[in-house]
Design a protein around this ligand. Structure first.
Ligand code: NAP
Length: 285
């Protein structure tokens, strides 16, 4: 067997085209450009690289990108007051706080202070709680939202499936598990303390890996014909690697997301989808 590869690059490109048209129509109608503000403290290369990728995505769909960069020596009060300013700025429709933050900044305090209606990354506790309770409106973190979109586009049936999500972060693993649960999967969340992880993984009809350990999941962990979603993105000497050993997993799985070209390209396009929703909500449309 050789798994069907779910092409996130292709789907994200077609979604970008639709988003660009939708944004253009809204701008023509309301005369206000949707704007995403990205708050970065310091010059960490990972945060800066992510900011550049978001800027490219914004430009590609015709929305404004506003880089809000503070020095790495900034104190909590300075960062909080910039965030307050963005929260209250009617010209800003979405806000993202980039990580990593310098050690003197408490990221949780910042997230708590974020205006939930502009939280296009879905990190505010109000959005996380509403997602958990399935009480709209809420924003879903872009990475798991993108994966679900890819699976739905491929016609995956969720109801009654056994799903195993390895990883329990607030931004990937946990919301992915909730999205699968809401689609009536029977969900197990595995993590670093899970015993006999390969056996747990082999129970899955839908196996999701959000760990950050390159090629940890091998074909032996996969039930024949299973759907495998790989969120892992680790830069190694051999290039970008996912959490799955692609060759052995593809030999057993029925479908899988490749790395690169699977869940990765979907993330920023879902961020734009969330920005669209934030813009619409702020205009009451
Ligand atoms: P994270 O916050 O570091 O969480 C990693 C999770 O993996 C934790 O829950 C941890 O368990 C679990 N874990 C660690 N070692 C394990 C092991 N040996 N066995 C089982 N579970 C283990 O990472 P994250 O932010 O969720 O990101 C996960 C991966 O997704 C990373 O590679 C990241 O780069 C990637 N990512 C991709 C996208 C995308 O667009 N595709 C977006 C965001 C992140 P404990 O909770 O027990 O510590």
């Amino acid at each position: 067997m050789s798994a069907h590869l779910l092409d996130g690059k292709k789907l994200s490109q077609s979604m970008r085209t639709t988003l660009k048209e939708t944004f253009a129509a809204l701008i023509a109608q309301h005369g206000v450009h949707p704007t995403l503000a990205v708050l970065q403290v310091g010059d960490d290369p990972a945060a800066a690289g992510y900011a550049r990728a978001i800027e490219r995505t914004c430009t590609g769909v015709g929305v404004c990108f506003s880089a809000q960069i503070l020095s790495g020596e900034s104190d909590q009060g300075t960062v909080n007051s910039l965030l307050d300013q963005l929260n209250g700025d009617s010209g800003v429709h979405g806000i993202m706080i980039l990580e990593p933050l310098p050690a003197q900044i408490d990221g949780n305090l910042l997230v708590d202070q974020l205006n939930p209606a502009k939280d296009v990354d879905g990190v505010h506790p109000q959005n996380a709680g509403r997602l958990s309770a399935q009480r709209p409106p809420y924003f879903v973190p872009a990475t798991p939202a993108g994966a679900i979109c890819l699976l739905e586009e491929a016609g995956v049936e969720f109801k009654g499936k056994r799903a195993v999500v390895i990883g329990r972060s607030d931004i990937v693993g946990k919301p992915m598990a909730l999205l699968l649960l809401h689609r009536h999967c029977t969900v197990t969340i595995a993590h670093s303390r899970t015993q006999d992880l390969p056996a747990v993984a082999r129970e899955a009809d839908i196996l999701c890996a959000a760990v950050g350990r390159p090629e940890m999941v091998t074909g032996e962990w996969v039930k024949p014909g299973a759907i495998v979603v790989d969120f892992g993105t680790t830069y190694t000497d051999a290039g970008l690697k996912g959490d799955c050993e692609q060759e052995s997993v593809a030999a057993v799985a029925g479908m899988m997301t490749p790395v690169p070209g699977g869940t990765g390209p979907m993330t920023n396009v879902m961020l734009m989808q969330n920005l669209l929703e934030a813009y619409r909500r702020q205009f009451g449309i």
